[in-house]
Design a protein around this ligand. Structure first.
Ligand code: MLC
Ligand code: AMP
Length: 507
């Protein structure tokens, strides 16, 4: 028995001095040096008591060591559970508890704040900072630089990624070795990645995009990554001439276009710009082509499915579309009420089946049955149509979801939090167009009888408990929420009413 992901992504690079990570300060980490780090880290996880199948929760900043932690989980057969770095202790409590993580790796600066979570859940707490230092790396340094890959099957879990849900409770998407490996193989081929590529990596590594799409693809192709801690437009422009490809959310592209110095001079070495995680406006696509001569390749995916569709590498990359299903992936468009398949060109909910589709939601068999059908089709909740040339257009969402700068925010979760604040009777959260993030969060609140609430107080009360990207950027207090005759809050009406708040704020 082998370890499918380790064997395909990492083992081929053992002992190779080829460059893997090109770091901000100019240093280069070779594949061999990285894999040595991985072995020490895998020994450290084992020394802390982790055995195959155990969850390792990681709330750590982006660093080579954080990436080595992912690889060490793959090699030791444990399940990697990366967590958004902006989550607050209140949010982390749920993830660590729900997953029953064996090990919880946190930033050294938050060790005291999350200590109680570890105590209560029984997770072993260890630390890893943005500089690569912490109690985990201290332990790893005392370990041998060799570790035998633990046997795993294609159907075993490699990662558990939490996605928010319409009920306000996050769901852990169980991703297998097969899910991740099949998708990486498809993407390397579809996007023609080779060992000669240098990918500019400015995405976070706690989500599908930066972790699986970007990193797994580059590991499989054998190329290198310019590994930046975050997207900083000046650093990205300075590094672009050394790269051959970049993957980003639409905000990366709109921010680049805002820079006067951003021109085709910086992109002559580039062969491919890829966008995903949120809709790329056709207008951005066109402006980018005009400025650089490059047509951005837009693709579509989800945590539960990894990548599902992609515009073609060689044929026309059509603005406003997400292209065709990847090889081996079957899609269909179904009526939201009857589930009947829709005729070509009509709008319905996108269903997906293939080796990329996850195994289900952690400890949520009912939720899994609702969304992942017995015939293997997963109901994405995205509304789409397929045009006469076969291009898929994502035209909206059947689910109540806001996507801000590539991060998903489920209004229900924010509403539940706002409703719990003193003086708040009820709330409605909607997305409004935002010039930088694509969409951002608007909260409309009603005060309890006799209570007075104001935007500034509410804003201050969200600071400690809600991750920054989820916090409302515009708060409005109203006498009552608009409702239909059934008593349901009219969110469409609120979306229309507040459609301009961020645009107006910018003017
Ligand atoms: C940061 N902030 C955001 C935000 N990111 N607010 C709304 N939406 C966002 N996306 C807030 C912070 O809380 C902070 O608020 C302030 O902005 C500055 O923080 P920052 O860290 O300096 O922000 P910045 O570096 O500008 O980050 C913006 C960004 C980043 C767009 C570069 O959010 C990003 O890298 N997004 C990528 C997300 C991603 O990888 N998604 C993939 C999901 S996988 P304050 O109040 O503290 O000042 C997926 C599947 C698929 O969707 O198909 O790929
Ligand atoms: P996540 O749950 O974070 O994986 O986000 C997945 C969601 O992002 C999808 O369900 C879509 O709504 C959205 N998404 C991803 N890529 C695209 C894209 N290219 N265009 C429009 N929406 C996208």
């Amino acid at each position: 028995m082998t370890n499918p992901l380790y064997d395909a992504l990492f083992a081929p690079h053992e002992g190779k001095s080829s460059p893997f990570l090109l770091l901000a300060g100019g240093s280069i980490l070779s594949h061999a040096a990285f894999l040595e780090m991985v072995d020490r880290m895998a020994n450290a996880l084992t020394a802390l008591g982790a055995v195959p199948g155990d969850r390792v929760a990681a709330h750590v900043m982006k660093s080579p060591q954080a990436l080595a932690l992912y690889a060490a989980c793959v090699k030791s057969g444990t399940v990697f559970l990366p967590l958004n770095t902006s989550y607050t202790p209140r949010e982390l409590d749920y993830f660590v508890g729900d997953s029953a993580a064996k090990i919880f790796v946190c930033d050294p600066s938050e060790e005291a704040a999350v200590h109680d979570i570890a105590m209560r859940t029984g997770a072993h707490l260890t630390t890893l900072g943005a500089d690569g230092l912490g109690s985990l790396t201290e332990l790893a340094e005392t370990q041998e630089p060799n570790f035998k890959a633990q046997p795993r099957s294609l159907n075993d879990l490699a990662a558990l990624l939490y996605t928010s849900g319409t009920t306000g409770r996050s769901k852990g998407a169980m991703l297998t070795h097969e899910n991740l490996l099949s998708n990486a193989k498809s993407l390397v081929e579809a996007w023609r990645f080779t060992r000669d590529d240098v990918l500019l990596h400015a995405l976070p590594i706690f989500h599908t995009h930066g972790l699986f799409v970007a990193t797994n693809v580059m590991l499989l192709a054998g190329g290198a990554m310019i590994f930046l801690p975050k997207f900083d437009v000046e650093t990205v422009m300075a590094q672009l001439p050394k790269a051959t490809a970049m993957m980003g959310v639409p905000t990366f592209y709109t921010r680049l276009l805002e820079e006067k110095q951003f021109s085709s001079d910086l992109t002559t070495n580039m062969r491919l710009f890829i966008s995903g995680s949120a809709p790329l406006l056709a207008e951005t696509h066109k402006k980018f082509e005009l400025r650089t001569g490059h047509r951005i390749l837009e693709r579509y995916g989800m945590t539960e499915t990894s990548m599902t569709t992609s515009n073609p590498y060689d044929a026309e990359r059509r603005a406003g579309t997400v292209g065709f299903p990847l090889p081996g992936v079957k899609i269909k468009v179904c009526d939201a009420q009857t589930n009947a398949e829709m005729p070509m060109g009509e709008i319905g909910v996108l269903w997906v089946r293939g080796p990329n589709v996850f195994k289900g939601y952690w400890n949520m068999p009912e939720k899994t049955r609702e969304e992942l059908r017995a015939d293997g089709f997963f109901i994405t909740g995205d509304l789409c149509l397929i045009d006469e040339h076969g291009y898929v257009h994502i035209v909206g969402r059947g689910k109540d979801l806001i996507i801000s700068g590539g991060y998903n925010i489920y209004p229900k979760e924010v509403e539940m939090f706002l409703d719990s604040l003193p003086g708040v009777k009820e709330s409605a959260v909607v997305g409004a167009p935002h010039p930088d993030f694509g969409e951002s969060v608007v909260a409309i609140l009603v005060a309890e009888d006799g209570a007075r609430i104001d935007a500034a107080t509410i804003e201050a009360q969200t600071k400690d408990d809600l991750a920054g990207f989820k916090r409302p950027r515009h708060i409005e207090v109203v006498a009552e929420l608009p409702r239909n005759t059934m008593g349901k809050v009219q969110k469409n009406q609120l979306r229309e009413q507040f459609a301009d708040v961020f645009q107006l704020a910018q003017d």
